[in-house]
Design a protein around this ligand. Structure first.
Ligand code: PLP
Length: 382
């Protein structure tokens, strides 16, 4: 157990009705995929403008299944960002295709859409953008690019459930949209994911990929034509997700209040003068899944790990989202190297996620800011 005054990086918010609901599911005699999953899918579909939605047991398999439905495999390329959870590019490798990384826009920390066209080849089949920290990638430019080059789009919206674009919820438009309900995400199903699809045939295919490729008809009919996996969500998990959805607006509002307070406090404390990078102040579209700062590497005498250690000693959790993927051993073996994507590499070394979650107290914000600013000031080059 952590000390009572410890501020964790994040924590889920589960109400008593949800906990009671889970108990009812456990007592109901049906605990794996069943009526709760159906109800969760219907609620998610309502959130996504009535588009077909299917639930899964992770936000990783959702992306892999979208790639399979799109027919992407060996010989194909998929354009994505090198600054994301490694699941995004791992699923591209898993289907036998090749990830093609495009560097970040350092302001948004998302895939630089201005560099995408130069990366398109005759093998390119899809773009897989990520809304890092919940800040949406420009959907107008993204879908215009995809349309122009006849590419599929698989939005890795694992972090942007509850974000919007031009007033429309992420998920309510576009091509494939993938969500995750891991406990760190803005709403959780303990573990889980959802895929927004274009039509019923795609949804039927998603159901096949979800469970061993099997199609049932009548009481005793079973057929299997494709290789599926074991990706179904349990009713227990779905009940947790259902209990989260009514709180989405309130969670997002609370995250925005805390993020605004962080920005104001950092500015007042002279963060910009010290070269500390702050996130874009987007309070219309972003769901503030994370609050991430960029440490001023060139002005510091210590690396990020030492700063995280000192934060920890002050009772403050912090995290790294993420190291640059192309520098992982697996990806180096596939040919990537230092210097390939300078903005992603800088962020990979210096990005730092600070505590942000709906039940965080107002007073925690100045505590985190003062602690971090103090640590930075103590470790500045002369
Ligand atoms: C969480 C996350 C995923 C994967 O979700 P899981 O549910 O953990 O499989 C994928 N991409 C990004 C950007 C994420 O943050």
């Amino acid at each position: 157990m952590s000390a009572p005054n410890h501020i964790p990086l994040t924590r889920p918010t589960l109400d008593d009705a949800t906990i009671q609901g889970v108990v009812e599911v456990l007592r109901s005699g049906w605990i794996t995929s069943g009526p709760q999953v159906k109800a969760f899918e219907a609620a998610l579909s309502a959130h996504c403008g009535g588009r077909p939605v299917r639930a899964f047991n992770s936000g990783t398999c959702t992306m892999e299944i979208a790639l399979r439905i799109a027919g992407i495999g060996p010989g194909h390329e998929v354009i994505t960002t090198p600054l994301t959870w490694v699941a995004t590019s791992n699923v591209i490798l898993a289907v036998g295709a090749r990830p093609v990384f495009v560097d970040l826009d350092p302001a948004t920390r998302n895939l630089d859409l201005g560099r995408v066209e130069a990366a398109i080849t005759s093998a390119t089949r899809a773009i897989m953008p990520v809304d890092l920290a919940g800040l949406p990638v420009d959907r107008d430019r993204l879908h215009a690019l995809a349309k122009k080059h006849q590419l599929r789009v698989i939005e890795d919206a694992a972090q942007s459930f509850g974000s919007t674009w031009q007033g429309k919820p992420i998920g309510a438009f576009g091509d494939f949209v993938s969500f995750s309900f891991h406990p760190n995400k803005n709403i959780t199903a303990i573990e889980g994911g959802a895929l927004v699809l274009n039509d019923e045939p795609e949804a039927k295919l998603a159901e096949q990929y979800r469970l061993q490729g099997v199609v049932r008809t009548g009481l005793d009919g079973m057929e299997c034509e494709i290789v599926g996996g074991k990706f179904n969500l349990t009713d227990v998990a779905a009940r947790v997700g259902l209990g989260q959805l009514p709180h989405l607006v309130e969670f997002t509002e609370r995250r925005r209040v805390l993020a605004r307070a962080y920005l104001a406090k950092f500015e007042a404390a002279g963060a910009s003068r010290l070269g500390l990078g702050l996130p874009l102040p987007n309070f219309t579209d972003a769901n503030w899944h994370m609050f991430q700062v960029m440490l001023p590497e060139e002005r510091l005498t210590v690396k990020r790990a030492a700063i995280m250690e000192q934060l920890q000693a002050s009772g403050i959790g912090s995290g790294v989202h993420y190291p640059a993927i192309h520098l992982f051993k697996l990806y180096r073996k596939l040919g990537w190297k230092d210097g390939d994507f300078p903005h992603a590499e800088y962020a990979g070394r210096n990005i730092l996620t600070l505590p942000l979650f709906p039940t965080m107290a107002d007073a925690d914000v100045p505590r985190v800011v003062d602690a971090l600013m103090g640590i930075i000031r103590q470790n500045l080059k002369p």
